[in-house]
Design a protein around this ligand. Structure first.
Ligand code: SF4
Ligand code: SF4
Length: 285
């Protein structure tokens, strides 16, 4: 089972849910921190660094002596990372996704590729949890290739939790593709409702089953609950607004360890997730 934890905006408790759920598993589980611009799951898991690998993408380089300025490469690139005005094209490396398409369509074989590092993938082991974390290099704007590199480390036969970047960008859809279930984490506030609506539209468009986790229940109003009721969306967990949870989070500790009275909540989330996925707890992924 690949379970993605997402939210329409940052700061709703997405990582809190991911790390505490991973801790609750009680069997080997992969935790993939796909929030590669700001990975933070490692702050909550005192794991040893087991490995670090560079991730590169192939960046186009044009041989001016072969290029006739036909513009095929420019027309092909949907990211506008290579631009030709009837001359040798300009390349904008920070926008390039390294798809290799421009080199393939060049009729004069004028484009060769050079490897450019975009970040690293780190692996840590913390008890049953294998944390795989992408970390984008400073100044690199294209997260999806690094997210794909993180997801490539998914181990077959092992359950995985994917901590998704916030929002509804292509980094998020890159993370969600292939997930079996998405938990959308939100807060019961007007902003939370607005961003939940966007996130729901996204996962429906992707065709992935999903449920909602409402964090900080007690603040705001009832509109998120009403929305879920009206839209027939299962609310799989409600986490109360408790100052101690915020304190534990700010100290980089796990709720299920520091506040054991909340462990049952996360166990029930796991059970309900398994039921939603029709999977036996501890059974085949
Ligand atoms: S490799 Fe892909 S993304 Fe990069 S410039 Fe070429 S077509 Fe555009
Ligand atoms: S497709 Fe090739 S020949 Fe045409 S502009 Fe691009 S690099 Fe030059």
């Amino acid at each position: 089972m690949n379970l993605a934890v997402a939210s329409g905006k940052g700061g709703t408790g997405k990582t809190t849910v991911s790390v505490n759920l991973a801790k609750t598993f009680g069997m080997p589980v992969g935790l993939l921190d796909c929030d590669v611009e700001e990975p933070n799951a490692h702050l909550f898991l005192a794991g040893d660094l087991h490995g670090e690998e560079n991730v590169t993408i192939p960046l186009p380089q044009v041989d001016e002596s072969l290029c006739d300025g036909c513009g095929e490469c420019s027309r092909f690139c949907e990211y506008h990372a290579i631009v030709s005005f009837g001359t040798t094209p300009l390349i904008f490396p920070e926008m390039c996704h390294g798809c290799g398409g421009c080199a393939k369509v060049c009729p004069r074989n004028a484009i060769r590729e050079v490897e450019k590092r975009i970040g690293v993938v780190q692996t840590r082991q913390a008890g049953n949890i294998t944390l795989i974390q992408g970390r984008l290099d400073v100044g690199v704007a294209t997260a999806p290739p690094l997210i794909r590199a993180v997801k490539a480390r998914l181990q077959s036969g092992v359950h995985a939790i994917l901590d998704t970047p916030p929002g509804t960008s292509c980094s998020v859809t890159t993370t969600l593709r292939g997930a079996d279930l998405v938990l959308l984490v939100t807060e019961p506030t007007p902003f939370g409702l607005h961003d939940l609506g966007l996130a729901v539209s996204m996962v429906r468009a992707l065709g992935i089953p999903f449920g909602v986790v409402i964090n900080r229940v007690g603040i705001g109003d009832e509109r998120v609950h009403s929305f879920c009721r009206d839209e027939n969306i299962p609310v799989l967990l409600e986490i109360p607004d408790d100052r101690r949870i915020a304190e534990v989070y700010s100290e980089g500790r796990l709720i299920v360890v520091a506040l054991p009275e909340y462990r049952g909540l996360f166990e029930s989330l796991l059970e309900r997730t398994m039921v939603t996925m029709k999977l036996p707890r501890g059974g085949e992924p």
